[in-house]
Design a protein around this ligand. Structure first.
Ligand code: UT7
Length: 345
């Protein structure tokens, strides 16, 4: 049964007629095959499969091959999105890569991907918005298309999170995994973008960080010894803020579109923790089968998590014409994102 059969008497009021800002024409994702299981982690830090699964919903996370770097993940996902969009590479006139685990600080990883894909001359750049990066990148793509500056924008979320884990810190190293997701954004496509809104609150900037390696704490023997080049987080604070903000972003979106939250057929939230996602679903009164949890064998892939979960459903043929999809992100910054899409008929 499709979720829409159970909750909707009429086709979605205002959103049924809402004009499309632009559209997603193709989707792709790439997940490395190798899995680092909770049982593997039990041998490395003081933790247990039971604790990790109960507190997060994660059983394993993906780890890319040792000779791969973030740009390789991005290229693999991008090639699949391009094939799905049925567009030649030459049709792409902008590329935006969301990542917090770039190949290096300079130049952008987008430029490396550009070269690996064989692109010529078109603009390419990284954005650093952590778990909300894909939503922000969709917004930038949409703005360029609406302004008439671009026709087809390649948007990628790619993360090599396992390269930035401190495997002596059980509060963080159990959470994250590697992966990439990509979308081709065009004027016409399969998923019409009806709404996009993003936000940030820099007062929470120290809630999740990679403290070393930037201008504040340049790399030194001290930063290496103190393991300052890895992710650190205050998990409980992130948890509460994520539930509050993701619920609020979704309510704001529904209000702006003149619909009820219950009109949303699929909520595809950032995949940080199954308990965060379930709490958001409960706060919004959405049935569990409409709130996507896709992290048991992937962990948290930061900017890649939303396009990975979204593409997974798409590849399984789960979407039906007219359905509304909410992509909702929250993470380091703090930064958040919310996009509402409608499946084309
Ligand atoms: O995408 C945005 C980034 N994502 C995040 O930042 C994650 C958001 N937060 C979370 O997912 C959860 O807060 C965690 C999974 C990180 C932690 O779950 P929690 O239910 O909030 O646990 P807690 O931090 O309150 O810790 C409870 C206990 C502590 O022990 P005491 O102080 O009660 O004795 C921790 O030391 O669990 C202990 N603990 C662990 N035990 C076994 C923390 N990590 C582990 C572990 N294994 N890996």
């Amino acid at each position: 049964m499709s979720p829409s059969d159970s909750h909707r008497d009429d086709p979605v009021g205002v959103a049924a007629n809402a004009p499309a800002i632009c559209s997603i024409r193709g989707l792709g994702r790439y997940l490395p095959e190798r899995q680092l299981t909770n049982v593997d982690l039990e041998k490395v830090v003081d933790t247990s499969d039971e604790w990790i699964f109960q507190r997060t919903g994660i059983r394993s996370r993906r780890v890319m091959p040792e000779d791969w770097i973030t740009s390789d993940l991005a290229v693999a996902a991008a090639q699949r999105a391009l094939a799905d969009a049925d567009l030649p590479l030459t049709a792409i006139d902008q590329m935006i890569l969301a990542t917090v685990t770039p190949d290096h600080l300079c130049p952008s990883t987008a430029c490396v991907v550009h070269h690996k894909l064989g692109m010529k001359n078109v603009p390419a750049f990284d954005i650093s918005v952590a778990c909300s990066g894909f939503g922000y990148a969709l917004s930038i793509a949409a703005a360029g298309i609406v302004a008439g500056m671009h026709h087809n924008v390649l948007v990628i979320g790619a993360e090599a999170m396992t390269r930035f884990m401190n495997y002596e810190d059980r509060t963080s190293c159990i959470l994250f995994g590697d992966g990439a997701g990509a979308a081709v954004v065009s004027k016409e496509g399969r998923f019409d973008l009806l709404y996009t809104d993003n936000g940030a609150d820099g007062s929470m900037a120290d809630m999740i960080e990679i403290p070393g390696g930037g201008s504040r704490e340049p790399a030194s023997e001290g930063t290496l010894q103190e393991r300052r080049h890895f992710v650190v987080l205050r998990g409980r604070e992130v948890f509460k803020s994520a539930v509050r903000q993701m619920s609020q972003s979704t309510r704001d979106a529904a209000e702006a579109l003149g619909i009820q939250v219950s009109d949303i057929d699929w909520m595809v939230p950032h995949q940080a923790n199954a308990r965060i996602i379930e709490a958001v679903g409960e706060q919004l009164g959405l049935p569990a089968e409409r709130v996507v949890v896709d992290l048991e064998d992937k962990g948290n892939t930061t900017a890649a998590s939303i396009p990975i979960a979204f593409t997974g459903l798409y590849e399984q043929g789960r979407f039906e014409p007219g359905q509304l999809i909410a992509l909702v992100g929250f993470g380091a910054g703090a930064a958040w994102s919310c996009q509402i899409l409608r499946v084309r008929g």
